[in-house]
Design a protein around this ligand. Structure first.
Ligand SMILES: [Fe+2]
Length: 318
């Protein structure tokens, strides 16, 4: 339950640090074929059930382009999409293609794929036991959650710029900071549309419970997006967010993240980290959360920690 804040490459979404023989430029080092024919009937059925569950929740909650793009990309309800079919539509429009990966890959190769407009998609799908929550991104999270948004031309450029910025951050021991940007935008971002607040973050779009919590619960804070504030914002990887960062448009996101981040990193290193439920003085607060969920989650975390310590003490005493 600890965010890793050093120069670790396992910063978000369970990315691993074993680089093997990978070197920069080996873009396809971690890429694997999808092997669509190998999916079982049960795996397609899991996709279908996940899809239908989200489609009951997302209309009126997801950013409006999500529903349209899902249809245009031919992402179907009844089976796991074939990456080749997706790419036939995605590539001509955005220059992006999806590529298969066996699971979470280390962050530098991940950044490099993004910088080359290739979006890595886990080829596996969760089991029934993992239906509600899976920490490692599977094909449902990656394809259903990310790709319809990637179909937007401005967001597509943002993702490429993010990949390039990520490689630069890796050279300056700042991956943990730029990881927070990914977390609170690409994974858990909200957007203010004309008729209300909507979801564009893939972590929320692929989670039925957080889709409702992020927009409707009184517990979390919702604040206006501010890049430097966000680079200071810690997150937990296995619980709902205590604070959501709201953008007005993808143009705003793209423009705000255009400047060279190196001076930002220097500045942020001198400032204290902001804890997930905490508000900063400079925040433009759209909704001040009651923090009720955050308090319960913190108690549960403390309880789990206590149990772990007791078990360890008992083990040592044996
Ligand atoms: Fe993701």
């Amino acid at each position: 339950m600890k965010e890793i804040t050093g120069n670790s490459s396992r910063v978000f979404e369970g990315h691993y640090s074993d680089l093997g023989d990978w070197k920069r430029g080996d873009i396809d080092y971690f890429v694997v074929p999808q092997r669509w024919d190998d999916y079982t009937t049960e795996e397609h059925a899991i996709w279908r059930d996940l899809y239908h569950r989200q489609m009951e929740i997302l209309p009126g909650r997801a950013i409006s382009l999500f529903m349209d793009n899902l249809k245009e990309l031919g992402i179907a309800a009844d089976r796991i999409p074939d990456f080749d079919d997706i790419n036939k539509i995605l590539k001509p429009k955005t220059g992006w293609e999806v590529v298969g990966v066996p699971g979470p890959i280390p962050v530098e190769p991940f950044f490099e794929l993004l910088a080359n407009r290739r979006f890595p998609v886990g080829t596996f799908i969760r089991t029934r036991e993992q239906f509600d929550y899976i920490q490692e991104p599977d094909v449902f999270h990656d394809l259903f959650g990310h790709v319809p948004i990637l179909f937007d031309p401005v967001f597509a450029d943002y993702m490429e710029a993010y990949g390039k910025g990520g490689l630069k951050a890796a050279d300056h021991k700042a991956v943990y900071m730029i990881g927070r940007l990914y977390w609170y935008t690409v994974e858990f971002g909200l957007i203010q549309e004309e008729d209300g607040l909507r979801i564009y973050g893939a972590g929320i779009l692929s989670s039925p419970t957080e889709s409702v919590f992020s927009l409707e619960s009184d517990s979390p804070n919702r604040i206006k997006f501010d890049v430097k504030r966000l680079l200071r914002s810690r997150f937990f990887i296995d619980d709902f967010q205590d604070t959501y960062h709201v953008i007005e448009s993808f143009d705003e996101l793209f423009e705000a993240t255009k400047p060279d981040f190196l001076p930002y990193y220097d500045e942020v290193r001198k400032l204290p980290t902001i804890q997930p439920p905490e508000l900063a003085e400079s925040d433009v607060v759209l909704h001040k959360g009651t923090g009720e969920y955050a308090r319960k989650a913190a108690e549960n975390r403390a309880e789990r920690q206590k149990q772990k310590q007791e078990q360890e003490a008992a083990r040592k005493a044996e």
